[in-house]
Design a protein around this ligand. Structure first.
Ligand code: ZN
Length: 261
């Protein structure tokens, strides 16, 4: 929070100054020393490392129609395409290379706890009102990391909808909580890989259709049983284990949203 607050304070201060002074003050803050994570080198196809992984988490919502971006620390064609879409969405030069401009935009978008600007951990950890990340099949840390990945996709979805607010009505659920609300036994909510959504300024069908472009392999909405009051999105394809192979599954019949269509 500290760094972003300072940056914002600097900008706010600059806005209060006469025109001539503005350019100098706004240009002053370096795009370094971000409060969450700072990239140290330009990244492009062929690179690998944890810095690539950090980038992938943040652009995974720009996977394109029906796609996903694997968060594997390898900058391949999927990542290049996602970076291009991210750049286009934010009015940057779209070259698929993550350099200073792209990182600046990411610093601007992320809070010091690494959540994207318009979503917070508190919105995802409801767990039937209990809060926290424990009580599911994964460790609390793994669960929280999944919640972060979910939020970056939601940030992309929000941008894709034209910067319209999205409300999360249910995020992570502990096993106890999931049982209480009658969730499926293998619900992605147990892994913090899912969110139930509504939006005041967009219809549920608009949400469900847009979600297809933002890395969500699970979409359930109007026309699917018990999903006429919200849209469920999840990342089931990234949650494969030895025991299960989760494939893309979309069903919002009233919106014309279905797998493979
Ligand atoms: Zn759900």
């Amino acid at each position: 929070m500290r760094v972003n607050t300072l940056k914002r304070a600097a900008v706010a201060f600059a806005l209060a100054l006469p025109g001539a002074a503005i350019a100098a003050v706004v240009a002053a803050p370096a795009a370094h020393a971000d409060g969450c994570y700072t990239w140290q080198r330009t990244l492009q196809q062929g690179r690998s490392g944890d810095d690539v992984r950090q980038l992938q988490i943040r652009v995974a919502g720009w996977a394109g129609a029906g796609g996903i971006v694997r968060v594997d620390g390898r900058y391949g064609p999927e990542t290049t395409a996602a970076v291009k879409r991210f750049q286009t969405a934010y009015g940057l030069r779209s070259d698929g290379i993550a350099g200073p401009q792209t990182f600046s935009k990411l610093y601007q978008l992320q809070d010091n706890d690494c959540t994207p600007a318009h979503f917070s951990f508190a919105e995802l950890d409801d767990g039937c009102g209990r809060g926290g990340w424990s009580g599911g099949p994964l460790s609390a840390n793994q669960t929280k990391a999944n919640a972060l990945r979910t939020m970056w996709k939601l940030e992309a979805l929000r941008r894709g909808l034209g910067d319209q607010p999205i409300n999360v009505t249910s995020g992570f659920r502990s096993t106890t909580c999931n049982d209480r609300v009658g969730g499926a036994a293998d619900s992605q909510h147990l892994y913090a890989n899912a969110a139930d959504l509504t939006a005041r300024t967009r219809s549920l069908c608009e949400l469900a259709r847009a979600a297809r472009n933002h890395g969500f392999s699970g979409i359930l909405g109007p026309g699917y049983p018990n999903h006429d009051s919200h849209v469920h999105v999840d990342s089931r394809r990234e949650n494969n284990s030895d025991r299960t192979t989760n494939r893309t599954s979309w069903s919002a019949p009233d919106c014309g949203v279905r797998s493979g269509g």
